[in-house]
Structure formats: structure tokens, C-alpha cells
Design a protein around this ligand. Sequence first.
Ligand SMILES: [Zn+2]
Length: 642
Amino acid sequence: MDHEVDPCEDFYGFGCGGWLRDHPVPETSNSYGIYSWLRQHVNNKLKELLKAPSPPGELEAVTKAKVLYRSCINETQIEQLDSKPMLKTLQQPEFRWPVVGEALGGDWEWLPGRWDLQKTLAAMRVQHSKNVLIRLSVGPDDKNSTHHIIKLDQEQLILPSPEDYAANTTSAKAYRAALLSLMVDTAVMLGATEKAARVQMEEVLAFEIKLAKKLTPFEDRTSETMYNKYTLSRLQRLIPQFDWLAYIQAVWRPTGEPVISSSEPVIVRAPQYFKDLFKLINATNPRTVANYVQWRSVLSRATALSRRFLYRYLDYSRVTTGTTSLMSQTDKCVGYIKNLLLLPTGRLFIDTHFQEDKKHMADAVLAKVGYPEFYLNDTYVNEDLRQLSFSETDYYGNIMQVFGHIALEDVRRLRKRVQRTEWYTSPTTVNAFYSSSTNQIRFPAGELQKPFFWGKEYPRSLSYGAIGVIVGHELTHGFDNNGRKYDKNGNLDHWWSNSSIKAFNDKSQCVVNQYNNYHSEEADHNVLGKRTLAENIADNGGIREAFRAYRRWIQQNRGGKEEPLLPGLGLTNNQLFFLSYTHVRCYAYRPETARELIQTGAHSPPKYRVIGSMSNFEEFRKAFNCPAASTMNRGAESCRVW
Ligand SMILES: [Zn+2]
């Protein structure tokens, strides 16, 4: 807290000022806040568990996770191998990198006549779980939410926002220069000559700049415009320059599943992008396209190599994110393994650190809480990793196995029905979610800790203000500007009357205007009200719902009698409720990252997530006696959607 700040002028400064002063952004990060703090807390617990020797009778999958961890912290071995494991990959015919092959010759040489874009993209997707140029995924069909369907989407570029490829600002130019030099140096570190690397990587960057212009902008990507259901044969007629059927078949071949035919439906989320993409490819030297595609694939695995690759990447991050130091190898490894092996790490975590009573307490809100049941099923957890066999001396090889495994799991989902009552979020996740296709709200174990979930020993105002608002936030997503388009079965459907839509849009416009007027000093940029609308609606709704729920709890469980006050604070319970919410939002960003988040993020900056929603809420101004003319009391100007 910061008592120098007037809560009616800047409640975020009042609630977070002290915490932010005491917790500067670490050198190894681009931002720091309550979420990072709690994630670190979860990672530290996991690290202890992964480090521990395997007792007899340990779950096989857990033993495998520990071997993977040991291979990752085996820095002596990783240094000794240096670039060798990557160079082995670059010998495979699909994965040859022209600029490197030219210098190394032999099995590395890239032969234009033998290279096939379609085969390369398919091999990357299924062997490395890497999407380049085409993002292929399998997910619920938006209009038939019990069925999985193939989705094809546009490329995700390396620099934070598409504007960074076009703008002539100092920072955009610096980003492009940093990217170019990262490409050149990485190629040289793998064996390319300096001169060839410079010439060819300049061509790659020029190609990527053109590609950035072909992307469909975020504002034009709505659930409706992205829902283009074609058969593969129709897609083939529309965009004949690429063999779509052969590509998809190649991705599914290793699963041995039923063959995919030209009548297979797919959802093409960016048709114009694909039309433009293949025109661009046809107008570009194949060597440049191959250089680009391989570069993207190399970059995604370079951090599994020796320290010189890590330091080289850090130089690039210094420019684009402001990060100045490498994370310790153990921290890095825990983070990786947590994200790659969800089942065994999640199981380890809940076995030791999750109390069942939390699950029951929060079950009342009819949500997915803690962890999916199958995390406790030994056979299921072991079966997941059955095909994988790790070595303590081959970290890179281990990671490649995991990528291949993840890719197969993705594509195997296609013919399975969507299990609407199941959920797949790992318990180690510190976050909460709403899923429109299953109409679920999800609160993994990682989120159910202090300062979100306080348990019975603390005033309920703290929990209602934190996890309560998060619950309300996720629920409200079901009725935000996108969630409202999905019916109760999770199908994209026009189920609202036109007059309701009109009223909703008018109320939403008020929120858009309100947030457009907020200026982030960290980012030196105004908040984008339209871009962040869904999250702002959820924040505003969440806080109202949780406050109402808290007051109802006081009525029903305490006969209207207020909870005892926390000693020494001098705050009422209602004031504590609002303070508790603000605390979970405390977050600092480096300027580079603050700007990136405004341009590409779904949320408003934390300061305005607090000020925006609270200044619209009459209960807040009552709790703090905020005068009519103060920032935190928008009075008649207040916006309210729900
Ligand atoms: Zn949200």
C-alpha cells in the first residue's frame, strides 16, 4: 500500500504503490507482479520435487520427468555437445537450412530441386510441433462444439507486433536490426559464412516484412469472420498453389489414423492471408522461403543448446524486452518441464501441495477446480508418456521426443468427440480461464493460493475480493462481446434478438470510450478500448458479482453482522474487499513490454483494470467516500454492461 496516495484519485497507486516499490522487475524478466511471484512460488515447490531422488515404486511418468529435468540441468554435457544436436537435425532432407548447408556442404547441402515446401511444413508440424507459415491446430468446431475439426490460421511473427515490421519509429527500427543480427549470428554459429549469412538473412527479413503486411489485423478477426468452413477440395480450388490434401495427410500419417480425404472439412481462419501468402511465395526465390522456414524452426529450439546460443538470444531480448540477465538453468528447466510434461508435473504438485478441502469449497460455483480427475489415475498418467524414453545426457534429443509426442497428441484428437465435461488445464497453472466451446470456467490449483484464495482463517472479504472477482470475471466472459455469441451448448449461434444486440453494443461503446481515454505512462501509449473490450467487460462484471456474493455471504452466514476487522489496518471489510482485488493486479513492466502488451494484449494495463472497473462501481465510491469530482467516482458517466 501507499498511504501517500489518495484512494479516490488513484486506487491502484494506493493499493500497489508499496508492493511495487519493494519488488522491482528482476534482471531476468520483462515484468514482475503477483502472478510472476506466485508462479515462482509454484516453480520452487516443483523444483524441490523434481530434484528429489526417485523412491522405489515411484510413478513411472514422474521418474521420466525427473530424468528430463536432470538432462536439462546437465550443463557440462550441454556445453560439450554445443551445436551438434541441432546440426544433426539440419542434415535431414526436410530440415536443411540453405545458408548453413552452403558452407558445410555434404549432407547439409540444400538442393533447390529436391526441396519441397509442403513436405517441410508437414514434417516440422508433426516432428517438432512447430507451425511455420500455416498454423494448424485441432479444436472444437465453433458451430458444432462436440466435434473436433482441423483449423488453419495465419503465421505468428517473431517481433511483438506486426507494426514493428513496418513502422519507421526508432524502436521498430531497432527491433528489426536486432532481429536481423540475431538471424545472421545464429546462422554463423551453426557454420554459415558471415558474408552469405548477412546477404541471405537480409532477404529473409525482407520476406518477413512483406509477410507481416499480409496478416489479417486483430480488429478484423472476429469469431464470425474466422469461421470459414471448407472442404479440402474447396480450399484447393480457392488456393491452388499449395497441395493442401498432401500436406494434411502428411501431418496425420504418423498417427496411422484413418486416411484424410479431400472431403475433410477444415476451418480456414484467414482465407485472404492464405491467398496472399502463396502469391508472395511464388514471387519469392525458393532459397529465401527455405531460409525463412528453417530459421523459424531453428529459433524455436536454439534455447535447448549451449550457453553461447542463450547469451546470443539474450542480446536480442535486451533490445525487445529490456531483459538483461539469463535465468538460472534450474529455474529455466523447471519452467520448461512444467510446460512440456503437464501430467507428471501436475501430479507431483497436487500430491504434495493441494488440499482437497479447497476443491470442495470452490466446487460450489459449478466450475472446474484444482485439477482434472485423470491426474490421479496412475495408468492414465503413465500411458501418456509410454512412448518416451529419456536420457540424462541428451537434453536436446529428449526435447525433440517431447515435441513429437505433443504434435501426435494434437492431431490424434481429430476423430475423438469433445468431452464437454472434461478439462485439460494443468494444476500447476497460475491463472483462470473461460472456455466458450464447453461453457466452462476453470480454476487450476496454482491459482487457488494466497493472495487469491485465503482459506477459512482469514476474513472472507480477502477471498471474495481476489478469487471471487476472478470467478466473476471468468463467468462474465460467457457474456462479453465474443462469449455472448456462443449459446449454452458452446455453439456459435445468433441467439440474441437484434434489440438486445443493439443495447449491448451501446453499453459496450461506453466502456470502449472510457478505456480509450486512459494513458499508460510506462508504455507511453493510450489503452486500446476496442481491443481490450472483452476483458474490461469481464473485469467490471466480475467485481460487481463478487461484491454482491460477499454481501450475500454476510447476510446468510453471519445474519448481516460484519466480519471482525483486521487489526491495525483501519479499513472496513468492504474496503478490504477492494484492496484485496487491487493486490492481485500489482504488476510492473519494462517500457518495451508495456508497449507490446498495449499493442498486442487482450487486457488493459493493470492500473486501468483497477481504476476502470472500480470508478464505474457505486459500491466502491461508497466504501471510500469518494467525492463526486474524483477520478475513482465517475458518477453519472459510469459505464455498466452487466
Ligand atoms: Zn479474462
